[in-house]
Design a protein around this ligand. Structure first.
Ligand SMILES: Cc1ncc(C[n+]2csc(CCOP(=O)(O)OP(=O)(O)O)c2C)c(N)n1
Ligand SMILES: [Mg+2]
Length: 306
């Protein structure tokens, strides 16, 4: 969680230098879900993500230097500098990609689940998406196919209450919980606190066990909250789509602060030392990105699906 938080705070601090020219969707405040879920997964499990992809990529141990270089548009980036923040990939750790189209990676995760089943392998496919994704038709088709074929897929809905500036209650009926609606498709679902990493870890462990024991796909909805604007490095509480009180309430539920308090109860863990160690790696990643070169213009039409 600290690696995600400190990386994104550094991105936010340096964004106004205008060297990072792609849009960035930060997960500050939401780190508990990515870190808690990925703490259960193995290197050979697959993960797919969305436009808000840094947290999932880093939690799956995606290469930090290549992520920062990608955001700087450099040839050393994980998508050769052509994708930017929303198109991260590191197949060496099973992070199979992220895309800017809401809901787009859900069927890809199901396809990877089918490939695992066809090859009779023991890993799983895990797809992260937001509460907005369940308003896309492809979400229902994907759940249906995964249930029908009993695929080893873990669906993770990161419910941060908003799709851009629209709160849940203008998008979905107020008395219909997402996890309950989804369970009507015949998939086991759970709802839990995404800002408590122990709870995320525990619930995810149970679900992964169930998938590996052949109980079929599982769906988890985790409640959480993004602190900064939908897209970009700033705070946007002043524009009026959410209240300062709501923001402060969720800030008090900071997943990192909560975890630090729990850890300090167990052991006098040296949090400052850990922070310095991580920040050092982050600073080096920014130097790597800045020192890398831009892709050659001749590369513009390579690596494309045609
Ligand atoms: C198919 C599609 N529709 C609309 C958009 C514009 N868009 C980008 S992010 C976003 C919000 C998605 O909300 P959610 O899935 O809850 O993710 P969050 O941003 O909250 O993490 C929207 C509507 C898009 N990229 N793709
Ligand atoms: Mg959302």
């Amino acid at each position: 969680m600290l690696k995600i938080r400190l990386t994104e705070e550094t991105i936010a601090k340096k964004y106004s230098e205008e060297k990072m020219r792609c849009p960035t969707h930060l997960s500050i405040g939401q780190e508990g879900v990515a870190a808690g879920v990925c703490s259960v997964l193995n290197n050979n499990d697959f993960v797919l993500s969305t436009h808000r992809s840094h947290a999932h990529y880093l939690a799956k141990d995606g290469n930090l230097n290549k992520m920062i270089a990608e955001i700087y548009g450099k040839s050393t980036g994980c998508s050769s500098g052509k994708g930017g923040s929303m198109h991260l990939i590191d197949t060496s750790v099973g992070f199979m990609g992220s895309t800017a189209i809401v809901g787009n990676t859900i069927p890809l995760g199901v396809g990877l689940g089918l490939s695992i089943q066809l090859k009779n392998e023991n890993n799983i496919s895990c797809v992260f998406f937001g509460d907005g994704s369940v308003e896309e038709g492809v979400f229902y088709e994907s759940i249906n196919f995964a249930v029908l074929k009993n695929l080893p897929v873990l669906f993770i809905c990161e419910d941060n209450l908003y799709s851009v500036y629209s709160p849940l209650n203008v998008r979905q009926p107020e008395d219909r919980a997402i996890h309950q609606m989804v369970s009507a498709q015949g998939i086991e679902t759970e709802y839990a606190n995404g800002n408590d990493i122990s709870e995320v870890h525990h619930i995810t462990s149970n679900s992964v066990d169930k998938i590996k024991n052949g109980s079929g796909p599982q769906f988890l909805q985790f409640s959480t909250y993004r602190w900064r604007e939908h897209c970009g490095p700033n705070y946007d509480n002043d524009i009026g789509y959410r209240s300062e009180e709501e923001f402060e309430l969720w800030k008090s539920k900071d997943p990192i602060k909560h975890c630090e308090e729990q850890l300090l109860k167990i052991d006098n863990i040296k949090i400052l030392e850990i922070k310095n160690e991580i920040q050092d790696k982050i600073d080096k990643a920014f130097v790597f990105a800045e020192n890398s070169s831009f892709p050659d213009p001749s590369e513009v039409s390579t690596q494309l699906f045609k």
